[in-house]
Design a protein around this ligand. Structure first.
Ligand SMILES: Nc1ncnc2c1ncn2[C@@H]1O[C@H](COP(=O)(O)OP(=O)(O)O)[C@@H](O)[C@H]1O
Ligand SMILES: O=C(O)C1=C[C@@H](OP(=O)(O)O)[C@@H](O)[C@H](O)C1
Ligand SMILES: [Mg+2]
Length: 421
């Protein structure tokens, strides 16, 4: 019998297991099930408490003997506690979203709010925004539901100050999906995205690049889990647990991406650091070579630089979706804004800043065959590297000192909650 767990349809990418195990010390199982199995599961009641996710948050309501006030008002249940055979339904998404709103510093009182998506999460978002005194709440949906506007109509709502994405747009595996355009919203103050995989969707990255505070859904996931764990254990865990679990999850899940000049040490440092940090090591050039079964100079000879960049972009798309990796780029990878954006969804980019005087001509590098070429590349590329990186480390010391410095900076500056909003 699974004592605690998560019921839903497809759960392979859920982070709930490590979150709950860290929060409450109990074992927590992912329990994917079809509707037929759900009926048996909730009738047999062989569990102590479970969380509920898509698409069952409304389906489970008739099985509950009692609902708490939030669950009843919202019409969705994400936590069920089995109290001696009586199933009590709670909604801790409400408190989870409150935590997200607080963390990003949204001023909801008197604000005009646009919610993207009209499913279950929209109900929670509306309830939160209403309770915080929003002046108006408009819901945009693709399905012409009564009381909603289309995405096209939503574009003309120039008074909108807060946008909440409550739809699965941009969610894994559709990370590259174009986000809802933000350029029309001149009054926009805050963007909240409930999607937590990737850690930053294109919507969050777009808002942040416009200087608009924005936050992804990971903190909400952790916060709702903490409030669910309170019900599971019949006690109130400290609020600080939310930040602690969030930060440890971010540290584990974020990719560390190394960029920089050819011969700056990306591959060498990457291998060593991945070992030190116990991370999966991915060298994008190696992945390209493996995929094409050709060396890099052969690819350049046959397909030109444009052909190489096309393959490189596809390999970036694939690996940028992963979590917890150490990714060493090729020297030209981050010259493409689309590649940078993909890598920033789940990662922090570190520039390996190796002074020009320490760079040399390397083998198998078609674009850096002479020192004159290296020097010209250096002048052209360093500003681009500096602009795209989250932090940089000078590589002019011995390798182990440089690796240590990168690890420290990654954890200290790149993985804090502040970096997400
Ligand atoms: N801090 C360092 N100390 C000594 N050698 C270094 C250092 N950084 C880089 N190198 C050397 O520079 C060369 C190029 O490194 P590499 O990792 O292949 O660069 P990249 O992947 O950035 O093109 C390797 O021979 C590596 O050992
Ligand atoms: O600078 C570049 O444009 C390139 C750098 C190489 O990687 P390294 O930086 O690891 O040498 C490799 O991706 C390819 O030759 C193109
Ligand atoms: Mg390399």
């Amino acid at each position: 019998m699974a004592e605690y767990g998560l019921i839903g349809k497809t759960l392979s990418h859920s982070f709930s297991k490590p979150i709950h195990e860290q929060l409450g010390g109990y074992s927590y199982e992912l329990l994917p099930m079809e509707p037929k199995e759900l009926d048996r599961f909730l009738t047999e009641k062989k569990f102590r408490a479970v969380n509920v996710t898509i698409p069952y948050k409304e389906t489970v309501i008739p099985y509950c003997d009692e609902l708490d006030a939030h669950a009843a008002a919202i019409g969705a249940v994400n936590t069920i506690v089995n109290e001696n055979g009586r199933l009590i339904g709670h909604n801790t998404d409400f408190a989870g979203m409150m935590a997200l709103v607080r963390a990003v510093g949204a001023q909801v009182q008197g604000a005009h709010v646009l919610i993207l998506g009209s499913g279950g999460t929209c109900k929670t978002a509306s309830a939160v925004m209403r309770s915080l005194g929003a002046a108006s709440i408009t819901v945009a949906s693709r399905s012409n539901k009564p009381g909603t506007v289309s995405y096209e109509q939503a574009q003309s709502l120039s008074q909108i100050q807060i946008i909440v994405n409550a739809s699965p747009a941009g969610m894994f595996p559709n990370n590259a999906e174009e986000n809802f355009p933000l350029s029309h919203f001149k009054q926009l103050q805050t963007v909240i995205d409930v999607v937590y995989n990737p850690i930053k969707t294109n919507l969050v990255l777009d808002a942040q690049s416009r200087g608009i505070p924005a936050i992804g859904g990971l903190l909400m996931l952790v916060a709702q889990a903490k409030y669910a764990a309170d019900y599971f254990l019949s006690k109130t865990l400290p609020e600080e647990q939310i930040d602690a679990v969030y930060e440890s999850l971010i540290k584990e899940k974020k990719n560390l991406v190394l960029c920089g000049m050819p011969m700056s040490g990306k591959t060498t440092i990457g291998k060593r650091l991945a070992n030190m940090m116990n991370r999966r090591f991915v060298d994008l050039d190696d992945e390209i070579v493996k995929r094409e079964n050709k060396s890099i100079p052969e690819i350049f000879d046959e397909a030109g630089e444009a052909g190489f960049r096309k393959i490189e972009a596809e390999v970036v798309r694939e690996w940028a979706k992963e979590n917890g990796c150490l990714i060493s780029c090729g020297g030209g990878t981050v010259l493409s804004q689309a590649n940078v954006r993909a890598l920033l969804q789940n990662g922090e980019i570190c520039l390996i800043d190796r002074p020009l005087s320490l760079l040399s001509v390397g083998e198998g590098r078609p674009l850096a065959k002479s020192m004159a070429e290296v020097s010209a590349l250096y002048d052209a590329r360093m500003p681009v590297y500096r602009a795209c990186c989250t932090f940089s480390v000078t590589n002019d010391a011995d390798l182990s000192a440089v690796c240590k410095k990168i690890e420290e900076k990654f954890y200290e500056t790149a993985c804090t909650k502040r970096a997400e909003s």
